[in-house]
Design a protein around this ligand. Sequence first.
Ligand SMILES: [Zn+2]
Length: 508
Amino acid sequence: MEDSVLNSNSNSQSNNRQTVPFNDAKIIIGLEVHVQLDTDSKLFCGCSTRFGEAANSQTCVVCTGMPGALPVINQRALELSIRTGLSLNCRIARSTKWDRKNYFYPDLPKGYQISQFDQPICGPGHLDIQTTEASGQPRRIRIERAHLEEDAGKSIHDESNDRQSSKIDLNRTGTPLLEIVTYPDIRTAAEAKAFLSELKLILNYIDVSDCNMQQGNLRCDANVNLHIPLRGQQIATPIVEIKNLNSFRAVERSITFEAQRQFEGWQENGVTIADAPKQTRGWNDHTQMTTLQREKEDSADYRYFPDPDLIAVKIEETQIKQIRSQLVQLPAILRELLVKEYNLKPDDAAVIVSQGRGVVDYFLTVADGCENSRVANNWIGQEVLRHLNESNQTIQQYPVSHQQFTELLKLVIAGTLDQTRGKEVLNAMVEHSISSEEAIKQLGIKSVDNSELVTLCETLMDENQNVVEQIRSGNEKAIGMLIGKARKKNPNANPGLVKAMLSKMITG
Ligand SMILES: [Zn+2]
């Protein structure tokens, strides 16, 4: 009897759940981003942080946790953390301390990680991101904190050997990581990607990290759950932390997958945040699914306690002021500058700024030099970026200096070179690392004087009387045929001038 009552009851709840459409569920996302700071040495010892060296060649008694070894703080790591915090509008702590987070992993031989538990170096801040929302308004993602900690090493499992053999590389053990934690303000997978892109761009601009995701210098954990409206109530699904995402694509796809998985799980079993602890899942790139790793430890499981080997760090107001005074202009400011002062479309400005500070500087110098920001944007946005992309070069390696590029654009703007010839000249400049003047000479480009133009147009009219008739009888487009022929007869003749002269001579 009792069974049947329970069943009917749970069936009716289940029916209720089945009627909720997925689109009614709100996705709640918070990110924890681990950034490897660009220091020469590790956080608490002098070992090098260089990537790709022979395994275990960059270790010492401190980073391998030998008894009695004493850590010393890397001042550069503190400075880069403060610079990051200021760029993310964070409050910088005047006093910050170090805590041991105890856990056992073979790639962390000390048995604990030095981290910051209750006094992180950076307090609350925020980052505004551009979204595709119709309002066009940026979305503010609040940052809860950013704290410094040391990285662990790497376990290398030889899967070909059926995991019979596992090796350990401790070169990465002890490299400085800044962990940036957001509030759960992110609502879509696309927003998560936008946040990470903007954060990565800022970190590049302020020279804090190269953010090389393949090398693991920017990694991300995503905390995801759903808020689902049901009969006037808000139901929350258990929180899942997806660990170690190392590409934007993995972040986007794993969140999308996880939202759907949680929704279907809830429809099936009705389990909510009150019924289940936080869970850790991993993302599998091959299956495109998340898989259960473990029920998440909470902070009590780590038995945090202050590290007795390290004293608290005092940060002086003067130090913060000094770092603030050296901050470069951030991407958001530069996008605004390009739109407001240089009249670029927002999308064009975003493309230039996304290429890094070097391309922005190149653009600004060329735009100022040729006094035409639209032309500068067209040429840099298309020709220069295409070349850099194809040759996998940076703007610093581009063979055409900004002075030479400016000279070329001046000739294009003045009409001395048309677009097609201009591009031929640019290609020669890139290929042979020569000036526009030399390229023009090399290509045999000469200016054509007025009497030559008149003779050219007369010859064209004589030789193409049927086309001339078509133009006279109102088919203006037919003039294109004559311009094509003019180019063959004299490639130096400016097509714009030829066209103007022909129209005048034919239709008066
Ligand atoms: Zn070391």
